[in-house]
Design a protein around this ligand. Structure first.
Ligand code: HEC
Length: 160
């Protein structure tokens, strides 16, 4: 996938967007494994993570640019809290199969996985409280804690 993205970027730079779009459309699907199981649990949880990222990423951009605005930030923190429960119900038993990026540890160490999930959920609560308080320093600190919670879980439970 990473190579594919690199390839797409290369095309965009060399032949321009129109041709790149055609080439990408031709190759998309090669190497990408479809989730063909009923209910598509792997696809469901991957989409749920992507939904979370849609709220999480803009917050990081705002903070890194130093353009914190309490009224713009708060809805993003609320959106993250609204999306944070999405992925977990789709990690059922027997759902470790391609195209998952989860490691087998998710099913071997369910308690550790649950603990990381709870740490993450608590961190998003703290971020929301900070966003509501509109205290920039608290927002930065709690945002970093959420980011750490993502990374901690990925280290053990997600393939890179
Ligand atoms: C408790 C563990 C855990 C936490 C917390 C967690 N993730 Fe993940 N994440 C996973 C696992 C496991 C996968 C792989 C899912 C799969 O492919 O089956 C994943 C997948 C992803 C993906 C890839 C989706 C795809 O299909 O490409 C993204 C992006 C992602 N997580 C972002 C985040 C972000 C951002 C946070 C924090 C805001 C976060 N995750 C918090 C465990 C976690």
């Amino acid at each position: 996938m990473r190579q594919f993205l690199k390839f797409r970027r290369f095309l965009l730079l060399t032949v321009g967007p129109a041709v790149a779009a055609i080439v990408v459309a031709t190759f998309a699907g090669c190497g990408e494994v479809e989730d063909t199981r009923p209910g598509q649990p792997v696809k469901q949880r991957q989409m749920a993570f992507k939904e979370m990222v849609k709220a999480f990423e803009p917050m990081g951009v705002i903070l890194r640019k130093g353009s914190y605005n309490a009224d713009k930030f708060l809805p993003l923190a609320e959106a993250l809290v609204a999306k944070r429960d999405g992925p977990w119900p789709h990690f059922g038993p027997d759902t470790n199969y391609p195209p998952t990026k989860a490691t087998a540890e998710v099913w071997k160490q369910p308690e550790a996985f649950t603990k990381d999930k709870q740490t993450f959920i608590a961190a998003t609560d703290a971020l929301l409280a900070a966003a509501q308080s509109k205290d920039k320093a608290a927002v930065e600190k709690t945002y970093d804690a959420v980011h750490e919670a993502c990374k901690t879980c990925h280290k053990q439970f997600k393939e890179r």
